[in-house]
Write a protein that binds this ligand. Structure first.
Ligand code: AMP
Length: 435
């Protein structure tokens, strides 16, 4: 199977070739012809499967069948994403794949000024990529018109629901024409996703390329048991002795991410933190420095798990296990992308044994345990309840602050799901709404 068999036009094939892609990934093979035929899709695809090209390429092909948009405010396609990082990445993909087409796009998300975004749409664009909260702000300022919308794409829809965007999505939906194509991409098919899909999609084609709740086969996973107080020492040692050049490290809280970043820097390892309390500028810079290999370690909360796309990211470390087993899959999905090999290392202390058991149950397999002799846990240390970082500064779940950040923080998004997860240690029972 090659890209030429999928019904894509020459300008797109040229851009694909420039990217060095020779064979379409399974999701691309399945989704591209269906999208070109203007059918609705309900797609379950793991991260790293090539799903972004799976919808951007046929979207561009579909638009290619008509002239570019010359009407101000009226857009032809909309991609909704849960986070600004993902919005920026989808926008970048559209630019890359659409390089030889005349179509224009604009990306809008919170945390940065709205005026340039309004101005970009006002110029007349074909495609808008947006996070729901900011898009509603733009609607409120009459800065966009959906009456000519041909195609709506919901990317990482499960994450949008987890982050409390459902009402925003419903409000936006009311403004869109009934007759349109809708594509819904989600990592999992939860009952909530099925309910959303049944209200939005019209006779959708089901596309599922990975088994549900399993981790990508090409990622090797390992657990090292270690005492909580010695995790930073073990992490520094692993980075140095294994000579890891580019490591994405996950912590459970923003405060923990900041603290670990300073500790790594103190031990001579260049690192930066990325999480919801960082300004957009700081987040963009940290990601750019990491991609350019100016820093060796990027320490992230779960929000970054869905937004970061780095080719050939070789190592992911769970410095702390996530509260929600599904987040483990999303986190380690940052490595081993599109057929490349990756390694996911989890540092697990006595407090986290229950979380580990929940994760293994969720992924339906046991993760290999490797003892590091110098770091064998002290048997006298007793398990303590997991701290979820509520003391770690503003949680970002107040409406105002969450609105400003344009999306949720890692910690607060965990909380919103913890309340529904039978395995979660945090049982506030309150579902937080945020933008
Ligand atoms: P995604 O799942 O959309 O985040 O894509 C994961 C990674 O796979 C990205 O870095 C893409 O550039 C890359 N990719 C997408 N399609 C292909 C393909 N057909 N061949 C090789 N790499 C690809």
């Amino acid at each position: 199977m090659s890209f030429t068999n999928l019904g894509l036009s020459e300008p797109l094939l040229k851009a694909i070739k420039e990217q060095g892609y020779t064979v379409p990934t399974p999701i691309q093979q399945q989704a591209i012809p269906v999208v070109i035929q203007k059918k609705d899709i309900l797609a379950a695809a793991q991260t790293g499967t090539g799903k972004t090209a799976g919808f951007t390429l046929p979207l561009l092909e579909r638009l290619y069948q008509n002239k570019p948009n010359m009407n101000k405010y009226q857009i032809r396609a909309l991609v909704l994403t849960p986070t600004r990082e993902l919005a920026a990445q989808v926008a970048q993909s559209i630019k890359v794949y659409g390089k030889y087409t005349p179509y224009t796009s604009a990306v809008v998300f919170g945390g940065v000024g709205i005026s340039p975004q309004l101005a970009a749409i006002r110029k007349g664009v074909d495609i808008v990529i947006a996070t729901p909260g900011r898009l509603l702000d733009i609607v409120g300022q009459k800065g966009i018109d959906f009456s000519k919308l041909e195609c709506l794409i919901l990317d990482e829809a499960d994450r949008m629901l987890d982050m409390g965007f459902i009402n925003d999505i419903k409000k936006l939906m009311k403004l869109m024409p009934q007759k349109r194509q809708t594509l819904l991409f989600s990592a999992t098919f939860s009952p909530e996703i099925k309910a959303l899909a049944s209200g939005l999609l019209n006779d959708p084609v089901l596309v599922e390329v990975a088994r549900e709740n399993t981790t990508a086969d090409q990622i090797s996973q390992v657990v090292h048991f270690v005492d909580k107080m010695r995790k930073k020492e073990l992490l520094s040692q692993l980075i140095k002795t294994k000579n890891w050049k580019q490591v994405l490290v996950f912590t459970r809280t923003k405060h923990g991410a900041n603290r670990l970043t300073s500790q790594l820097e103190d031990s001579g390892i260049l690192a930066a933190a990325i999480h919801g309390n960082k300004s957009q500028g700081a987040r963009t810079k940290a990601l750019a420095d990491f991609k350019d290999k100016k820093i060796r370690v990027l320490v992230a909360t779960d929000i970054a798990a869905r937004g970061i796309d780095i080719d050939q990211l070789p190592h992911v470390v769970n410095y702390e296990l996530p509260n929600v087993p599904e987040d483990y899959v999303h986190r380690i999905g940052r490595t081993g992308r599109a057929g490349k090999e990756g390694e996911a290392v989890s540092l697990v202390c006595i407090d986290e044994h229950k979380l580990l058991a929940d994760i293994e149950k969720f992924i339906k397999s046991s993760i290999k345990k490797v003892e590091i002799p110098a770091f064998v846990p002290d048997p006298n240390i007793k398990a303590e309840p997991i701290q979820n970082g509520r003391g770690g500064g503003r949680s970002g779940n107040q409406r105002g602050s969450a609105r400003n950040t344009g999306n949720s923080t890692g910690a607060s998004s965990q909380r919103s799901r913890s309340s529904r997860s039978p395995s979660a240690t945090n049982n506030t029972g309150i579902r937080q709404k945020q933008r």
